[in-house]
Design a protein around this ligand. Structure first.
Ligand SMILES: Nc1ncnc2c1ncn2[C@@H]1O[C@H](COP(=O)(O)OP(=O)(O)OP(=O)(O)O)[C@@H](O)[C@H]1O
Ligand SMILES: [Mg+2]
Length: 236
């Protein structure tokens, strides 16, 4: 449960969510504006705490952890990607991606190498010196993805990562997510768009802070069993 208090009003942004995610799942979260999608992502990403209830990550209960412990979990195990990229404008792509490694014990050479490798992995090996305003929208989002991946997170959380991109550029980003998922990455993505959600293997619909449906997505062409007519199958 996540309750926001605004004046005397209490908003149940998350209301009795019971959710289990497995390693290497690719989940899309959909639902109308205000249904609690971002709130859910913030709790999953340890950016926010549930008002009541438990959240376990990799078998560890995060509920009673200190803020400092949560911050280090965020840094080591969570990769966040936002609709608006949130890159630092004065810094090159390379420096942006290196940023989360600031807390790592490795020296700068190794940090730089890591950042460079991950930029190459997202197809930006030839853009590492560019600043955000010298990159296209899709490239900026790739830098943000590289930054999210640089610490090898357990979960990659993306809140409307294609919301500001045209459909062709979105397809490029979705291909990259498909590839990361094949390589074993666990991905949770919030989207309003069906074509985005259909890249995922599981589609969760939210409504009024609750999960209104949770379906296995067999329409995904990469999914082995494509026999269902609707392509969607009850999860539980
Ligand atoms: N910091 C806050 N303080 C008070 N209420 C909030 C806060 N953040 C979100 N809310 C409320 O909680 C509810 C869920 O918000 P949330 O941002 O999770 O929705 P969402 O599903 O991500 O919507 P959108 O699709 O528009 O991004 C909304 O009613 C919103 O007004
Ligand atoms: Mg939102």
């Amino acid at each position: 449960m996540r309750i926001y208090k605004v004046g005397v009003e209490r908003i149940h942004a998350l209301d009795g969510i019971d959710l289990e995610l497995s390693e290497n799942e690719y989940v899309a979260v959909m639902g109308p504006s205000g249904s609690g999608k971002s709130t859910l992502m913030n709790v999953l990403g340890c950016l926010d705490r549930a008002t009541s209830g438990r959240y376990e990550l990799d078998g560890e209960d995060t509920t009673k952890m200190t803020d400092a412990a949560l911050a280090s979990i965020r840094n080591e195990r969570i990769g966040f990607i936002f609709q608006s990229f949130e890159l630092l404008g004065q810094l090159s792509a390379l420096k942006n991606v290196e940023m989360p490694l600031i807390y790592s014990k490795n020296g700068w050479r190794s940090r730089r190498k890591c950042a460079q490798n991950v930029l190459e992995r997202v197809g930006l090996g030839d853009r590492i010196k560019h600043k955000p305003n010298q990159l296209s929208g899709g490239e900026k989002q790739r830098v943000a993805i590289a930054r999210a991946l640089v610490c090898n997170p357990s979960i990659l959380l993306a809140d409307e990562p294609t919301g500001n991109l045209d459909s062709k550029t979105s397809e490029g980003i979705l291909k990259l997510f498909d590839q990361l998922h094949r390589e074993g990455q666990t991905i949770i993505i919030v989207t309003h768009e069906e074509f985005v959600a259909h890249h995922a293997n599981r589609i969760i619909q939210m409504k009024d802070g609750r999960i209104s449906s949770d379906l296995q997505n067999n329409r995904n062409p990469r999914h082995k069993d494509v026999t269902q007519n609707s392509g969607l199958e009850e999860k539980r």
